[in-house]
Write a protein that binds this ligand. Structure first.
Ligand SMILES: NC(=O)c1ccc[n+]([C@@H]2O[C@H](COP(=O)([O-])OP(=O)(O)OC[C@H]3O[C@@H](n4cnc5c(N)ncnc54)[C@H](O)[C@@H]3O)[C@@H](O)[C@H]2O)c1
Length: 291
C-alpha cells in the first residue's frame, strides 16, 4: 500500500510537528483538532517554523510554499474518507483517544492505516477500540518533531506485518531513524526518561535542590542538553503526569509513583511552556524558576 494522504488528529505541539514533517516529505496532510483555534494556531506554528528554516538557508521559499500548500485544515472526521494513514496525536488520555477512534473509523476507507502518537498507552488496548486492530500501530514521534531524529514503532498484539512494513517505510521517508519497541507501558524512551524526570521533581519536592540547581547539575554534571525540569516544562506537565500514571498502573510498582508536586502543578493548571508556567515562569523575558 502506498501512502499519499496523511491525516493528523490533534494540532497541538506534536500534531503540528507531525503535519510539518509529513508535508515537507511530500505527503498531502489534513489537520484536525476538536478546537478550531488550535488548528489555526497549529498552522501558524508550522508557518513560523518553516519561515525560520528559510531564514537559516535550510529551505528555499519555493519549498516552503509547496510544503504549506500540501497542508489543509480538515474540519470534521468525514473529511478523512480518502486518506491512507491517520495519525492520532490528541491529549494523552485513553478515554479521549478511544472516543476519537470510535467517531473517526466509520469514515475511513477500509484499507486506511491508523497510528497513535501516544507516549505511553497500550497500543493493543487502543487498537481494540478501533474497527481495524490489524491496521493499527504506535508511531511515536519525539519533540520537537522537525528536529528529533527518532520514531519509535510499536506493534499491538494484532498489528499485521503489512501494516508494520508500511509504517517503517513511512517513517524512513520522513528521514527518521526507527527504534522498535514492544508494547509495554511507555515503550523505550519514556520508560527511561520519565522516571528520571519524576525523580528530579522528587529531588525538588524533598528540598535536595532548587529548580535551577537541579537543571544546572544535570546539564553540566551529566551532559544533558536540557535540565530535567526544563524538559518537563517542554514536554508538558500534564503529559508527564499521564505517562507516570500509565507506568504506575501498568507495571504496579511503587517506584513509578508520580511525585505529589507534579500532581499539584497539573492541578494548578501550570502545565509548562504551553500555559506559560510550570517549573519556570515564562511570562517575562527570561524564564524564572517557580521554586
Ligand atoms: N509533548 C511531548 O513531548 C510528546 C512527545 C511524544 C508524544 N507525545 C504525545 O503526543 C500526543 C499529543 O501531545 P502534545 O504534546 O501535542 O499535547 P498538546 O496539549 O500540545 O496538544 C493536544 C491537542 O489535542 C487536542 N485534542 C483534545 N481532545 C481532542 C479530541 N477529542 N479530538 C481532537 N483533538 C483533541 C487539543 O485541542 C490539543 O490541541 C499525546 O498523546 C502525547 O503523549 C507528546
Amino acid at each position: 500500500m502506498q501512502i499519499k494522504k496523511v491525516g493528523v488528529i490533534g494540532a497541538g505541539q506534536m500534531g503540528n510537528g507531525i503535519a510539518h514533517v509529513c508535508a515537507l516529505a511530500g505527503y498531502d496532510v489534513g489537520l484536525y483538532d476538536v478546537s478550531k483555534e488550535r488548528i489555526e494556531a497549529g498552522l501558524a506554528t508550522i508557518n513560523g517554523n518553516l519561515a525560520r528554516r528559510v531564514r537559516s538557508g535550510k529551505l528555499s521559499e519555493a519549498e516552503r510554499d509547496a510544503t504549506l500548500s500540501r497542508i489543509k485544515a480538515v474540519p470534521a472526521y468525514e473529511g478523512f474518507g480518502d486518506y491512507d494513514l491517520v495519525i492520532e496525536s490528541a491529549v494523552e488520555d485513553e478515554q479521549v483517544k478511544r472516543k476519537i477512534y470510535q467517531a473517526l473509523c466509520p469514515h475511513l476507507k477500509p484499507e486506511c492505516l491508523v497510528g497513535s502518537n501516544t507516549s505511553s498507552i497500550s497500543i493493543t488496548r487502543l487498537a481494540a477500540a478501533t474497527d481495524r486492530p490489524e491496521k493499527f500501530m504506535g508511531i511515536h514521534f519525539m519533540n520537537p518533531v522537525p528536529v528529533m531524529e527518532l520514531v519509535e514503532l510499536i506493534r499491538g498484539i494484532a498489528t499485521d506485518e503489512a501494516t508494520f512494513s508500511v509504517a517503517k517505510e513511512f517513517a524512513s521517508s520522513l528521514k527518521k531513524t526507527i527504534a522498535v519497541s514492544e508494547d509495554f507501558p511507555a515503550f523505550i524512551v519514556n520508560r527511561i526518561l520519565l522516571p528520571m524526570i519524576n525523580e528530579a521533581i522528587y529531588t525538588l519536592y524533598e528540598g535536595v535542590g532548587g529548580v535551577e540547581a537541579i537543571d544546572t547539575a544535570m546539564k553540566l554534571g551529566a551532559r544533558h542538553p536540557m535540565g530535567p525540569l526544563e524538559l518537563a516544562d517542554f514536554i508538558g506537565l500534564d503529559t508527564c503526569l499521564s505517562v507516570m500514571q500509565v507506568l504506575h498502573d501498568g507495571l504496579a510498582d511503587s517506584k513509578y509513583r508520580p511525585c505529589p508536586l507534579l500532581v499539584k502543578y497539573v492541578e494548578a493548571g501550570w502545565l509548562g511552556r504551553k500555559t506559560n508556567r510550570g517549573f519556570y515562569d515564562y511570562r517575562g523575558e527570561t524564564p524564572i524558576p517557580t521554586r
